[in-house]
Ligand binder design. Structure first.
Ligand SMILES: NC(=O)c1ccc[n+]([C@@H]2O[C@H](COP(=O)([O-])OP(=O)(O)OC[C@H]3O[C@@H](n4cnc5c(N)ncnc54)[C@H](OP(=O)(O)O)[C@@H]3O)[C@@H](O)[C@H]2O)c1
Length: 257
C-alpha cells in the first residue's frame, strides 16, 4: 500500500536505529521525507542510511545535552529546518520489588525522560523562532496506569505523558505542534525480557509504524493503540483506587503474573 503523503520535508528521529524508529525512518524516506537519524551507534545508523539516500546519519547521545544541540545545529546547517522531531530513543528495564534494580531504574528514567527533554531543548528554540514545527514524543500505554513489574518503565512513561500535557498547553499559539505517541506491546528487542505470557495484543513494528504515520501528519495531541488496551488502561485510571487496584490484581493473576 502507498504511504500517505506527509507535511514534513525534514524529520529528525532519535532512536532511529531501533526497531520502531528505523521502521518509521524507512517509511518517511520512502515517501520523500529527508530523515536525519540519531542514535549512539554510527554502525547501525550507517546501515539504516545505506537503505535510502534520503536517510542521513547524525550520531549523538541523547543523554548529553550539548552533543545533542550540536547534532541539531549540524542537521539544520546541512539539511535545513527540522519540521518533525520524533523523540524515540528509549529502553525497558524490568522492576522487581524483592530485588530493586536501582541502576536500571535510573537508566530508564534518564533515557526515557531526560533523553526526551534534552531533545526538546535542542530542537524547540529554532521551531519557536520560525513559529513552525512538530514534536512527537514516544510514550507508552504503560504510562497511563501503574502495573505490576513496570515500576521503572511505567514511571518514566507517565512522566513524559505529563510533560507532554504541560508542553501542549504552553505551545498553544506558537505554531509548534506536540504529539504524544502511546503504543501497546510491539515485537521488538526492547521488551525481550518481558514474560511473553503477559504480552497482550502484541503488534509488529511495521504495524506500529503504519498506525503512527497514518495519523501523525494531522498533528493530533495523542496517538494511542491498540484501542482495546488504551480503553482498558484509561478506564482503570479513572476508576476509584478501591476498584482499580483489585481489578488490576485480578487481571494480572489471570495472566499468570
Ligand atoms: N517495543 C515496544 O513494545 C514499545 C511499546 C511502546 C512504546 N515504545 C517506545 O518506542 C521507542 C522505541 O522502542 P523500540 O522498541 O523501537 O526500541 P529499540 O529497538 O530498543 O531501540 C532503541 C533505540 O534507542 C537508541 N538509544 C538508546 N540509548 C540512546 C542514547 N543514550 N542516545 C541516543 N539513542 C539511544 C538505540 O540506539 P543506540 O543503542 O545505538 O544508541 C536504538 O536506536 C521507545 O521510546 C519505547 O519506549 C516501545
Amino acid at each position: 500500500m502507498a504511504e500517505p503523503t506527509f507535511p514534513w520535508k525534514l524529520a529528525w528521529i532519535t532512536g532511529a536505529s531501533g526497531a520502531i524508529g528505523g521502521e518509521i525512518a524507512r517509511r518517511l524516506a520512502g515517501a520523500g521525507v529527508t530523515v536525519a537519524a540519531t542514535a549512539r551507534s554510527s554502525d547501525r545508523l550507517d546501515q539504516l542510511a545505506a537503505g535510502s539516500e534520503r536517510i542521513k546519519a547524525f550520531p549523538a547521545d541523547v543523554l548529553k545535552p550539548d552533543e545533542l544541540k550540536e547534532a541539531v545545529a549540524k542537521i539544520e546547517s546541512d539539511l535545513g529546518s527540522i519540521d518533525l522531531a520524533l523523540l524515540g530513543a528509549g529502553t525497558y528495564v524490568p522492576f522487581d520489588i524483592r530485588n530493586i534494580d536501582l541502576d536500571g531504574f535510573h537508566r530508564s528514567m534518564a533515557l526515557n525522560v531526560n533523553g526526551v527533554i534534552n531533545g526538546i531543548a535542542a530542537v524547540l528554540p529554532s521551531m519557536l523562532a520560525r513559529r513552525q514545527g512538530h514534536i512527537a514524543i514516544m510514550g507508552s500505554l504503560f504510562g497511563y496506569a501503574g502495573w505490576p513489574g513496570n515500576g521503572s518503565y511505567g514511571a518514566s512513561k507517565a512522566a513524559v505523558i505529563n510533560l507532554a500535557e504541560s508542553l501542549k498547553l504552553e505551545l498553544a499559539g506558537t505554531g509548534v505542534a506536540l504529539t504524544i505517541i502511546n503504543p501497546g506491546f510491539v515485537d521488538t528487542p526492547l521488551n525481550a525480557s518481558y514474560d511473553p505470557k503477559k504480552k497482550l495484543y502484541v503488534m509488529s513494528k511495521e504495524r506500529c509504524a503504519r498506525k503512527i504515520l497514518e495519523r501523525l501528519g494531522r498533528r493530533p495531541y495523542e496517538i494511542a493503540f491498540p484501542p482495546q488496551v488504551e480503553a482498558f488502561l484509561k478506564s482503570v485510571r479513572s476508576l476509584p483506587r478501591a476498584v482499580s487496584f483489585p481489578l488490576i490484581r485480578w487481571f494480572t493473576r489471570k495472566m499468570g503474573a
